[in-house]
Design a protein around this ligand. Structure first.
Ligand SMILES: [Fe+2]
Ligand SMILES: [Fe+2]
Length: 247
């Protein structure tokens, strides 16, 4: 069985382009993780932000489009252990969205972002009356703690927590891609015709709502070997020839 972790991938049926997309998206995640492992200063965090934005933009478009055009039309299948293939895929998409929101919130909190979990435990430990007061003064409290710990400690904490959030999302994404390839793609091949798969692939590769509808496919070409590029180009020509692109 093919996987996005394979060295060279081939397209036998249009939905196999999913392996190429998953491979490219995991390379974004890997780049963000590697950079976050080397963070030392807030300037490094600023340099990391566009890499994270790029990664999150791709994965968000991917899961939103799949909910509509991939799992949306599929009939449910219950596995022998009781798992439901379509439902579980949608749940995993929601987990990716939650990881993305957590990462974005973390980045928007600035240099004291790493204090959030410390703050949450302090708020939790406080008596009920103090609790109310603390919740109302979250931002003030962050500054007070940042001051007490010193700038270096808070930024080190932020860096550690940022790395942890990136790693957590990457693991969720990796597991999801493996599950989707193992359980959802066989259902797609069974239930969708060649042309239906082609339409789904075109929605996943081209963003008709964007000024640059090719932003996904061009990025995927960037992350593939020459043989793999040839495979996706063949599929792109078929999509064009079938008149599926209304860009
Ligand atoms: Fe996918
Ligand atoms: Fe997915």
């Amino acid at each position: 069985m093919a996987s996005f972790t394979d060295e060279i991938l081939f397209i036998e049926t249009p939905i196999d382009v999913m392996f190429f997309m998953h491979k490219a998206f995991m390379s974004h995640a890997k780049k963000a993780e590697t950079m976050s492992g080397l963070l030392k200063t807030s300037d490094d965090i600023e340099r990391l932000k566009p890499v994270i934005d790029h990664w999150l933009r791709h994965i968000t478009y991917h899961v939103d489009t799949e909910d509509m055009f991939l799992t949306g039309p599929l009939q449910e299948l219950e596995l022998h252990d009781g798992r439901l293939v379509v439902r579980d895929n949608v749940i995993e998409h929601d987990e990716i969205r939650s990881g993305k929101i957590a990462l974005e919130e973390f980045l928007s909190n600035g240099p004291t972002a790493g204090l959030t979990s410390l703050l949450e435990s302090l708020v939790f430990a406080a008596e009920e009356e103090q609790h109310q007061e603390l919740v109302q003064n979250v931002e003030n409290l962050k500054l007070v703690i940042a001051d007490a710990l010193g700038e270096e400690k808070t930024s080190n904490r932020t860096i550690r927590h940022l790395h942890q959030s990136i790693l957590a999302l990457r693991v969720v994404e990796w597991d999801h891609f493996e599950n989707e390839e193992a359980f959802v793609l066989p259902l797609v091949r069974e239930q969708m015709t060649h042309n239906e798969q082609l339409k789904c692939a075109s929605k996943l590769l081209f963003d008709s709502s964007s000024e640059n509808p090719r932003w996904i496919i061009d990025d995927i070409y960037d992350g593939l070997s020459e043989e793999e590029i040839g495979e996706v180009e063949k599929l792109e020509r078929e999509i064009q020839n079938c008149g599926l692109l209304d860009l």
